[in-house]
Design a protein around this ligand. Structure first.
Ligand code: NAP
Length: 304
């Protein structure tokens, strides 16, 4: 069996040994290559930074296994007719939980006041307890639900909102209004789809409580940039910590870089970790060969 890795060259050393080792562990005999006759390729391991855009010649390929959780750069490709699976990697999830928890605690505890205190002001105001700080997570998938679990373990009351109705969560437009109205800290972990683009527009930002903090490790397009800047400028939104942007790298002249109430992190919230991701890929190939349903197969109509 032939497996081809289409990704930036820098990723080859990460997968060169880990992927064959995971395949051997799963009892699969396969050769991992970076170049091959397309008609001989059984599975494609794909990162959206790869130049491959025309999947037509890969007539024998049984699945395209994405290395990223987000698939917006590939899901609409008309030449891609094979099953497409997104990445749900325990290592990536762990990273996202750490980023979301860390930035939530930064704002909850008001750490900035003490880290940057040029006037050496002795302000003994104690922060509230986590149980008094409602957090809302938009998008309760693999990442959102893991973050909710970690935040709940710290006693934050967490409200979750997603597309479909689920016990203990909100959904739909009415649910979104409720979810936003209580969010002192809002975490956006939605995929970028036609339905989620500009979800946080001026009207929805207005629904957040005065001084709410936004953490966006989802996708830049979820938030209307100009509406966010306006809401920050008039003090309605207290701070925005943004990891993802409409254009990446974030252009040097973008106002987010210099805005005093914006923290920019350079799309580092959570990375796929080769050691754990290789096992996920191997398991999906095992499933493909055994005729079992793939894990995390993308629904093209839904867009995620
Ligand atoms: P996932 O498991 O597919 O979960 C997506 C969640 O969003 C689901 O709960 C889904 O609802 C909800 N959703 C989708 N469309 C919606 C809509 N129109 N209205 C309401 N809810 C909607 O995805 P994931 O693995 O958690 O990843 C989420 C996103 O995180 C990725 O797509 C990617 O953009 C981003 N990400 C960022 C980084 C980073 O480093 N910054 C790293 C990895 C991923 P249902 O549960 O009802 O389907």
């Amino acid at each position: 069996m032939t497996l081809i890795l289409f990704a930036a060259p820098a990723l080859w050393p990460e997968y060169r040994d880990t992927l064959p080792a995971a395949l051997t562990e799963a009892g699969i005999e396969a050769t991992l290559v970076t170049e091959a006759d397309p008609s001989q390729v059984d599975y494609i391991v794909y990162a959206p930074a790869s130049p491959l855009q025309d999947f037509t010649p890969y007539s024998r390929t049984k699945a395209v296994l994405n290395l990223w959780a987000g698939v917006e750069k590939i899901v609409g490709n008309p030449t891609l007719t094979q099953p497409l699976c997104r990445m749900v990697d325990p290592g990536l999830t762990e990273g996202m939980v750490e980023w979301v928890t860390g930035h939530t605690l930064r704002h909850h505890l008001g750490m900035d006041r003490h880290i940057v205190n040029p006037g050496h002001i002795w302000d003994p105001t104690c922060p509230p307890l986590a149980r008094e700080r409602p957090v809302t997570i938009l998008g309760m998938g693999a990442l959102g639900s893991a973050c909710a679990e970690a935040l709940r373990a710290l006693n934050f009351p967490v409200t979750g909102w997603s597309r479909t109705e689920k016990p203990g969560q909100l959904h739909g437009d009415h649910g979104l209004r409720r979810a936003l109205s209580t969010a002192q800290i809002l975490v956006t972990l939605l995929p970028k789809t036609p339905e989620t683009e500009n979800l946080l527009n001026a009207d929805r930002l207005d629904l957040l409580p005065q001084g709410a903090v936004i953490l966006n490790p989802g996708r830049g397009a979820l938030i209307d940039d100009d509406a966010l800047l306006a809401a920050l400028d008039r003090g309605h939104i207290g701070h925005a910590t943004l990891d993802v942007f409409r254009v990446e790298p974030l252009p040097r002249d973008h106002p987010f870089w210099t805005h005093p109430k914006v923290t920019v992190t350079p799309h580092i919230a959570a990375d796929t970790r080769a050691i754990t991701a290789a096992r996920v890929i191997a398991e999906n190939i095992r499933r493909g060969e055994a005729g079992e349903p793939f894990l995390h197969q993308v629904d093209r109509a839904r867009g995620y």
